[in-house]
Structure formats: C-alpha cells, structure tokens
Write a protein that binds this ligand. Structure first.
Ligand SMILES: [Zn+2]
Ligand SMILES: [Zn+2]
Length: 252
C-alpha cells in the first residue's frame, strides 16, 4: 500500500529542515557537519574501530586472525575472569577517546542515545542471558562533583531499549580509589579490589539474578572483576559486562 505522508509527518520534516538550517547536525566526535543528527562524519567513522568477530568468546578481546566460534584467548585461559562474558562497541583509541571523554567529563549528554544504540547492537549475545542491568558506580564524592554517572545514563538508556530492569543503586563504591591512569595490571587490580559492595537493601533482589554490568570503558578489566566479586558474594547467578570502549589489549 502506497501511503501518503500524513500532515504531521510533513510538518515534522519541514521542522527538521528548518532546524538543520539554524543548527546543522554535527558529528558526534568532532565539529564536522553531517547529514543527520546523532551520526559520525566519514573520517571519524573510519578512525573509530568498531569491534566485530573474531572476538574472544569470554572477554571479547579482538583476535587478529580468524578463529572458530567459542575460541577463548590465552589470558582468559590462564586467568579465567569472574565476568563470564564481556562485549564492547569499539576500541579505545584517539578517535573514540573524544567520545568517551565528552560523556565522562564534558557534559555531552546528547551522546547517550547514539552510544546506547551501538551498545544494544554490540551486546547481542548478552541480552538473552541477563536479567538485570547494573551500572558501575562512582564514589559519591565524585558523583557530587560530576553530577551524573555516565555508566548509569548508558544503563538507563539500554534498559529502555531492551525492556530490562536497571538497578542503579545495586553496587556502592565505598572506597575512593586512586586514579588508575598509569598503573600496571597488578597495581590496578590491587588498587580496586574490595572497592565495591552490594548495597545491603539490594542484596535480596540480586540473589539468583544474571547481572549485566554496564560501563563506559574497560581498561584492564580490574574494575569489572571487583564488581563481579561483590555481586557473586551477594548470590548473583552470573555476571557479564557491556562497555562502550575497551583498551586494545587488556593489561597494557
Ligand atoms: Zn567527525
Ligand atoms: Zn579473553
């Protein structure tokens, strides 16, 4: 059936065109103008490395050569992580860093819907095996300073698109940790171990649940492992994770 656009659709299209003249849509990662809102310009699109198979079946690290489905990387074989499966949208490189830092420190909250759409797609293998979304929390002092937790914003948007419940207060970051910036893998793990606790009033709600942790960046995985330790000890059935970006090789 060849339906004519309704008067409202035509009015919206006119409104959109009018707004585009006043405020042309800009690339999410730079100031180049783009054809539609919430898009990346061609040069940012090609600089951002979106992750796709072949990936480690466990931690989601990309393999350089084709592998069979279900192949697990050497690191996961040697040190099986507490987070059973992790997936990320993109590699953390100079191009994606602008997006990540824009959300984390730049108040660029307009990035959330596009990021959540990408994360929804990248999280494909995780949706059927998770019951509840839990964002990695900030320490309350940091939350006061920044006013929002970027991981909670992403988790809420994913909750809306997937229909999964979101438990923003499931975990508490009760110990303020030093910056992880220049620490080695072992130092990071030691720095963050025990930094998270399950919020007591949420412990019962988490028992037997398959939890999907949500965060913006995975660096070594130490933060996600510390969250998984707390969730397992509260009786969560399993813990998986979905992040926007990930370091090229965990531990480097
Ligand atoms: Zn751009
Ligand atoms: Zn792995």
């Amino acid at each position: 059936m060849n339906e004519q656009p309704s008067a409202l659709t035509r009015l919206c299209a006119v409104g959109r065109a009018f707004l585009d003249v006043l405020w042309p849509p800009l690339c999410l990662a730079c100031d180049a103008s783009v054809g539609s809102p919430s898009a990346l310009c061609p040069s940012c699109w090609s600089a951002i490395q979106f992750l796709d198979a072949p990936l480690c079946a466990c931690c989601g690290a990309p393999f350089e050569v084709p592998t069979d489905e279900g192949t697990v990387c050497g690191t996961c074989l040697a040190y099986p992580p507490k987070v059973a499966k992790t997936r990320s949208v993109m590699l953390y490189n100079d191009a994606s860093k602008r997006l990540v830092l824009g959300l984390k420190h730049g108040d660029q909250l307009h990035l959330v819907p596009a990021m959540a759409t990408w994360m929804h797609r990248a999280g494909g293998p995780l949706w059927d095996t998770s019951d509840v979304l839990v964002p990695v929390p900030l320490h309350r002092w940091r939350l006061l300073k920044r006013r929002y937790n970027q991981a909670a914003l992403l988790a809420r948007a994913l909750g809306e698109s997937t229909g999964k419940p979101v438990m923003v207060d499931a975990l508490t970051r009760w110990r303020k940790t030093e910056s992880q910036g220049h620490k080695s893998r072992t130092e990071r793990a030691r720095n963050i171990a025990g930094a998270f606790r399950v919020t007591p009033r949420r412990a019962l709600d988490l028992r037997g649940k398959r939890v999907l942790l949500v965060d913006d960046v995975l660096t070594t995985g130490a933060t996600l492992e510390a969250c998984a330790t707390a969730l397992h000890s509260a009786g969560a059935a399993s813990v998986m994770a979905l992040t926007l970006a990930r370091a090229p090789r965990p531990g480097t």
